[in-house]
Design a protein around this ligand. Structure first.
Ligand SMILES: O=C(O)[C@H](O)[C@@H](O)[C@H](O)[C@H](O)COP(=O)(O)O
Length: 252
């Protein structure tokens, strides 16, 4: 069973950033109280900029960063210091500004082969589940506390694109793509079974280019067949869409 869907619309991108900081800080507090840690899965793209309020007071002071665990929803297969790396994006815009212990940050290990990077990341997650650092969901997949997802204009989420088979993966935790329509072509990505085993999922969209995809995912515009990947995201506890005026412009 999946949790409820919330749609939160804001006047501006700035208001989304404030609401997202509040929401993330509150979840961090809740999970650290309940289970002693908070696992957060980051995407790339504009999300990292939208998270900017979280690393500023009052939120930055309220969060117990020492208990955070950071993972990547998807990653470009490039060295970690490459300007295209999602890890580098997160490090520069977010992680370098808060005291998360280095050992709690789980970037990919870079190899030339995307397949090898995916296998290595999956093995790493399996070890963390084995050590009970990340719990195993009743679904048989790891259970992360919070996913922070962006959405692309074509309705992709993570590196799960329409017209690519990775979106249908049912067994693997992490898979790879070598012909991503969004550059660069080689990437790794969490699969749908992992995303939809997560407790809370935030869909953060602040651009008019994604307004159609948002309206399709929320049932306002007719769904294509097969539907868009972003329409298939559902967290176990809840899925919350954070939308600015532009992203919500096709909703009514
Ligand atoms: O490789 C990437 O860029 C991201 O990891 C990707 O999955 C992102 O979340 C979406 O493409 C949305 O990106 P925007 O928010 O920039 O539209």
């Amino acid at each position: 069973s999946q949790g409820k869907i919330n749609v939160r619309k804001f006047k501006s991108e700035e208001d989304v950033a404030v609401a997202l900081a509040n929401y993330t800080a509150n979840l961090s507090e809740k999970y650290i109280k309940e289970k002693g840690s908070f696992s957060c899965v980051l995407s790339g793209g504009t999300l990292i900029d939208t998270l900017r309020k979280l690393v500023q007071p009052p939120y930055s002071k309220k969060v117990d960063w020492s208990k955070w665990l950071i993972f990547w929803l998807d990653e470009r297969v490039v060295p970690l210091d490459d300007p295209l790396s999602n890890y580098k994006l997160a490090l520069d815009g977010f992680l370098s500004k808060v005291p998360i212990p280095k050992k709690n940050i789980y970037p990919i290990k870079y190899y030339k082969s995307a397949k090898k990077v995916a296998l290595y990341y999956e093995t790493r997650l399996k070890k963390l589940v084995h050590k009970k650092i990340i719990p195993l969901s009743s679904t048989g997949f790891p259970k992360f506390d919070l996913f922070l997802n962006g959405v692309g204009p074509d309705g992709h989420v993570a590196s799960l694109f329409p017209n690519r088979p990775q979106r249908y993966e049912k067994k693997r935790w992490v898979t790879f793509i070598t012909d991503s329509p969004k550059p660069p072509p080689p990437r790794i990505t969490f699969t749908f079974p992992v995303i939809n085993s997560g407790s809370h999922v935030a869909m953060v969209v602040t651009d008019a280019a994604e307004a159609n995809a948002v309206a399709i995912a929320l049932g306002v515009l007719p769904e294509p067949k097969p539907t868009l990947p972003c329409a298939e995201v559902k967290g176990k506890e809840e899925t919350t869409w954070f939308l600015d005026k532009d992203a919500a412009s096709k909703l009514n």
